[in-house]
Structure formats: C-alpha cells, structure tokens
Design a binder for this molecule. Structure first.
Ligand SMILES: O=C(O)C[C@H]1C=CC(=O)O1
Length: 96
C-alpha cells in the first residue's frame, strides 16, 4: 500500500541545539535505514520549508502508523497522509 505523507517539523525554539542535533542525527539514521529497506520509497524536501514529501510502501495502515510514530522527530511533526492507488492513465507499469 502506497501513502503520500507530508511531514512538517517544528522544534520548540527553546530546545537546546545539542538535543536538536541528536534528534536529527537519530532521525536521519532511521530514515536512511527505512529507505534502504524499501518502506520509505521517496523523501523530498519541500523547498524553503522544514518539511518533506514522502512516499511510504507498507503492508497496512497500522504499519504506517507504527513507522511514523517511531520517528525520533515524531513528537515535533504535523503529519498529513494521503492513500494512493494506481492511476488508470499511468504509463509506469512498475509503479504499483
Ligand atoms: O528533515 C525532515 O524532513 C524530517 C525528517 C525526515 C527525514 C529526516 O531525516 O528528517
């Protein structure tokens, strides 16, 4: 199942830089591991914002929820999720 996910990150301005850096480092490691596993198919920065567009390929909504809530930055994210299915006019046969 494919989901388009938008994540907007808002760290509290008062958060110490060292804590923010540690969270970002841990987030990056997990995000890269999930990309290598194929679960996190796409990760794009939204230009000019501390936000991203992502595409996740998971087996269930429960798996997506577990994955998103496991992210170190999850407590500081606003997340918007859109389920996707194949478009009948798509020419990309492998994109399912
Ligand atoms: O930077 C972000 O968009 C937030 C988050 C998503 C992946 C990652 O490494 O950090």
């Amino acid at each position: 199942m494919l989901f388009h996910v938008r994540m907007d990150v808002q760290l509290p301005p008062a958060m110490p830089v060292a804590q923010a850096d540690e969270l970002k480092k841990n987030e990056r490691e997990l995000a890269q591991s999930l990309q290598r596993s194929g679960k996190w198919r796409h990760l794009w920065r939204i230009a000019g914002q501390y936000a991203n567009f992502s595409v996740f390929d998971v087996n269930s909504v429960d798996e997506l929820h577990a994955l998103l809530t496991s992210l170190p930055l999850f407590p500081y994210m606003k997340i918007e999720i859109n389920p996707m299915c194949r478009h009948p006019s798509s020419v990309r046969d492998t994109d399912a």
